[in-house]
Design a protein around this ligand. Structure first.
Ligand SMILES: Nc1ncnc2c1ncn2[C@@H]1O[C@H](COP(=O)(O)OP(=O)(O)OP(=O)(O)O)[C@@H](O)[C@H]1O
Length: 249
């Protein structure tokens, strides 16, 4: 459902994403790991059609994101990194608005909003203004908007960031459940999430995939049974400065 081939993104002299190729099938939850500045968000922004690649191809459900971004976006639900929201709307008002933008109306709109509220446990704040929500609820409101059109593909940039341990658990369970009949790509800095929610994971370092495997394969590869050890073995300590100095050389 997601096919990425030889994807590269350069910002001036900096190569943020370097000839990346991967695919995610229906029923797969792919964890996207990597240190700060590794290129995870940039890759997700390209896969969702928000920024164009410098080179390479991206197909979502067979549709080219570069040639037909609107067509591809119909298949995609996206939770961006900073969870942008309209602060002066209520949660239900924002979700109704999101559903309308997705072309839903009448009972289809009502049903999709109700389902998203229920799925993301937003019932208690549905009529609350977004600017009065805690960080966790804001994040879940944004996650709910990504589900409104029941997309085949979900791209979630750090979906558990800012949540408390109970909410993290709920969202991981939700990702697993949604992943049974969708293709999900999600980024995280929390290595336990690989075991808790992913069917496969890749580790990205300086824009390149350095490890790709199932959680069990990754743990075996570490040699110590620790994903943290594997992460430390295959990634560069200070990605941003290494990439800059390498590019400058
Ligand atoms: N618009 C931009 N202009 C210039 N450089 C950019 C831009 N967006 C990202 N970068 C650079 O590209 C590199 C990859 O950034 P990206 O945000 O994709 O990393 P990330 O893996 O998501 O990091 P984090 O874990 O900190 O969110 C970084 O060096 C970043 O500074």
């Amino acid at each position: 459902m997601i096919e990425v081939e030889n994807l590269t993104k350069k910002f001036g002299s900096k190569t943020a994403v370097d000839d990346l190729s991967f695919s995610v099938k229906k029923g797969e939850v792919l964890g996207f790991l990597g240190p700060n500045g590794a290129g995870k968000s940039t890759t997700m922004r390209m896969v969702t059609g928000f920024i164009p690649p410098t080179s390479g191809s991206i197909r979502v459900c067979g549709v080219s994101v570069v040639q037909d971004p609107m067509g591809a976006k119909r298949h995609i639900g996206y939770l961006p990194e900073s969870a942008p929201l309209y602060n002066d709307m209520t949660v239900i008002g924002f979700l109704n608005f999101g559903a309308e933008i997705r072309g839903l109306s009448g009972s289809a709109k009502k049903d999709s909003v109700e389902k998203a509220i229920e799925t993301c446990f937003l019932q208690s704040v549905a009529n609350q203004s977004i600017d009065t929500l805690s960080k966790g609820y804001r994040h879940r409101t944004c996650l709910a908007q990504s589900l409104l059109h029941d997309p085949d593909v979900l791209i979630l940039d750090e979906p558990t960031d800012g949540l408390d341990p109970n909410q993290k658990h709920e969202v991981r369970q939700l990702i697993r459940r949604l992943g049974e009949d969708k293709a999900i790509l999600f980024s995280t800095h929390i290595l336990e999430e690989v075991e808790a929610a992913c069917t496969r994971a890749v580790i990205v370092d300086r824009g390149k995939i350095v490890v790709d495997g199932t959680p069990a394969e990754l743990i075996a590869k570490s040699g110590t049974g620790s994903l943290t050890d594997l992460f430390r073995q295959v990634t560069t300590l200070d990605t941003a400065s290494s990439a800059t100095s390498e590019d400058a050389a």
